[in-house]
Design a protein around this ligand. Structure first.
Ligand code: NAD
Length: 263
């Protein structure tokens, strides 16, 4: 689907990794004619991302640690000053620590909550101060882990369940300001974040997916472009699951096995 975001300004956090979801979302919005700001902690990667994206349109990088309130205020303020508008804001930055809960240091727990969950509160609060007059759209990166946790990444799942809940509450609280708040739920998308788990157990992961393949960052970007668009004007507090039908039933590989047996 082609979208036209001409004249719109879009900010995306965690968009510096060229293989990542945020980068693909930035590219999709640029190809749809938006002016795009990308925000990331990693200064070098951010510069590389801007260099790779600038052929697609008007993009600027902003160094930002989304978990630090003073940075959030300053940097999102600078983004607003550059464009005098923020129409779409996408809370995408995240970390995925792999650690059983009983082995986890409380500092790692705090970091997971701060980067994945508190950041959504901090950034949305700041963006709201610029969106409250004219309305807009906020999208949050939830996760399949928002719905069902995995042993070994419980802190991540708790943070993403929090993102799910926060999205619903924000949708209700910001509706009178004509701000829609939605989310996307990636299943297993091949990015830097999932590189290790995919290398360790690709077959197991794929067998839980009805479409029997891992997702691409572009699949999530397409859903994000739709959720932020006027085509989705009646959608708020909504999530699009981009998972290829991950665990849509307890035995997603049933039909594939049946077909293989018949062959
Ligand atoms: P990624 O690791 O490829 O990219 C994450 C980006 O966030 C990186 O560029 C990183 O530098 C940035 N970042 C980390 N901490 C930050 C901070 N404090 N401030 C600013 N930027 C910071 O991850 P991805 O796979 O592209 O995931 C994007 C989002 O989607 C994340 O929120 C993730 O939890 C979620 N998600 C991904 C998958 C998947 O399968 N890849 C599944 C479910 C949910």
């Amino acid at each position: 689907m082609g979208f036209d975001y001409s004249g719109k300004t879009v900010g995306i956090t965690g968009a510096a990794s060229i293989k990542g979801i945020g980068f693909a979302i930035a590219k999709k919005f640029l190809q749809s004619h938006a002016a795009v700001g990308i925000f990331d902690l990693d200064k070098n990667a951010l510069q590389q991302a801007v260099d790779a994206l600038k052929v697609f349109g008007n993009v600027k990088g902003y160094v930002l640690d989304v978990s630090k309130e003073s940075d959030v205020k300053k940097v999102i303020g600078a983004f607003y000053e550059d464009h005098k508008a923020i129409d779409v804001w996408i809370n995408n930055a995240g970390i995925y620590p792999q650690c059983p809960l009983m082995d986890m240091e409380s500092s790692a727990w705090d970091m997971t909550m701060n980067v994945n969950l508190k950041s959504v509160f901090l950034c949305t609060k700041e963006v709201f101060s610029y969106m409250r007059e004219d309305g807009g759209v906020i999208l949050n990166a939830a996760s399949y882990a928002s719905l069902i946790s995995s042993a070994g990444s419980g802190a991540y799942a708790a943070s993403k369940s929090g993102v799910y809940s926060l999205t619903k509450t924000l949708a209700a609280e910001l509706a009178p300001y004509h701000i829609r708040v939605n989310g996307f739920i990636p299943g297993v998308i091949e990015t830097g974040m999932t590189q290790e788990v995919v290398a360790e157990r690709k077959d197991t992961l794929v067998s839980a997916i009805a479409l029997r393949e891992l997702g691409r960052p572009e699949d999530v970007a397409n859903a994000a472009a739709f959720l932020a668009s006027s085509e989705a004007s009646y959608l708020t507090a909504a999530f699009i699951e981009v998972s290829g039908g991950k665990l849509c039933v307890q035995n997603p590989d049933f039909a594939w096995k049946k077909m293989e047996d018949m062959a």
